[in-house]
Ligand binder design. Structure first.
Ligand code: ADE
Length: 258
C-alpha cells in the first residue's frame, strides 16, 4: 500500500512513522509512506501557503493552488489510478475500525493535513473524496490525526501483524478487550486470577469472553448492540447482569436486614 501525506510540517512525521510496527512495515516494503511539503508546491517566490479569508474574519485559510499542485504531483507519480484523497478535519466522518479496514484495502491513499482556520472550500469541491475526523475536539492541525489514521490503517495491511493478532482481534467481535496479566504472579499485594494459571484452556476462554462482555457492558454498552454475539455470549451476559444485580442488592443498605 502507498500512503502520501501532504503537510506544511513534514518534520512532525519523522519519529512517529519510523519506529515500531510502522517502521518495520516500511522497511519490509509492505507500506510506502511519502511525506510531501505543501510549501514546495507554492506558486509565488515567498512560498506562501495561506491567505486571508474573503469576506473577512479571523485566521488564515490554506490556499488552493499548492494543495492541488501537491495532490496532482502525487497522482502523476501513482499513475493517476483510483486513489482516496482524504482531508483530516474535525468536520469529517468520525474514524472507526470499519473505515480503517476498508481504507487498508486501497492500493494508495493521499492524506491532506489542514491547518490554520481551514482550507479553501474548492479543495473539497475539486479534490477531496473523504473527510475524516478522529474525534469531537479541535486540534491545531491535521498532522496528529493523519498519524493516527496511518497507524490504524497500517495494522491492517496484509503481513504487518501476525495472523494470530488479527484472529484474536476479530474474535473479540467488536467488544472491548479482556484484562491481561504477565509475571510476576504477585505484585504489591495484587494477584492474578486463578483461572489464568489453571492450565484449563476452555475455562480460560470462557473467563476471557465473560470479562470482555462485562467490560463492554459497563464501559461501552453502545458497542454491544452492534457486536456479533453467540448464544454462549447471551448466556454469559445474563450471568453478568444477574451477578451485577446481586452485587447491587448486597450493597444496598436498605437490604441490610434481609
Ligand atoms: N484537525 C483538527 N482537529 C481534527 C480532528 N479532531 N480530526 C481530524 N482533523 C483535525
Amino acid at each position: 500500500m502507498r500512503i502520501d501525506i501532504l503537510t506544511i510540517f513534514p518534520e512532525m512525521f519523522e519519529a512517529p512513522l519510523s519506529g515500531s510496527i510502522i517502521g518495520k512495515a516500511r522497511e519490509r516494503g509492505l507500506v510506502e509512506i511519502n511525506i510531501h511539503n505543501i510549501r514546495d508546491f507554492a506558486v509565488d517566490k515567498n512560498k506562501v501557503t495561506d491567505d486571508y479569508p474573503f469576506g473577512g474574519g479571523v485566521g488564515m485559510i490554506m490556499k488552493p493552488e499548492p494543495i492541488f499542485a501537491a495532490t496532482e504531483h502525487v497522482l502523476k507519480e501513482t499513475g493517476g489510478g483510483p486513489s482516496r484523497i482524504i482531508l483530516m478535519t474535525p468536520q469529517g466522518q468520525t474514524l472507526n475500525q470499519d473505515m480503517v479496514r476498508r481504507l487498508a484495502k486501497e492500493e494508495s491513499i493521499i492524506i491532506i493535513c489542514g491547518r490554520y482556520e481551514g482550507i479553501d472550500e474548492r479543495c473539497r469541491e475539486g479534490l477531496v473524496t473523504d473527510e475524516i475526523s478522529i474525534g469531537d475536539y479541535v486540534l491545531t492541525g491535521g498532522e496528529l490525526p493523519a498519524m493516527v489514521l496511518v497507524d490504524a490503517v497500517t495494522r491492517f495491511v496484509p503481513g504487518v501483524l501476525s495472523e494470530d493478532a488479527l484472529i484474536s482481534e476479530s474474535f473479540q467481535g467488536g467488544l472491548l478487550d479482556y484484562p491481561q496479566y504477565t509475571r510476576p504472579r504477585e505484585f504489591r499485594g495484587m494477584g492474578v486470577p486463578c483461572v489464568l494459571v489453571s492450565g484449563d484452556h476452555e475455562k480460560i476462554r470462557l473467563w476471557r469472553r465473560k470479562q470482555a462482555l462485562a467490560r463492554t457492558l459497563k464501559r461501552r454498552p453502545d458497542l454491544l448492540s452492534r457486536a456479533s454475539l453467540s448464544c454462549e455470549d447471551l448466556r454469559l451476559l445474563d450471568d453478568i447482569k444477574r451477578e451485577q444485580l446481586a452485587d447491587l442488592t448486597r450493597e444496598d443498605p436498605e437490604n441490610e436486614y434481609d
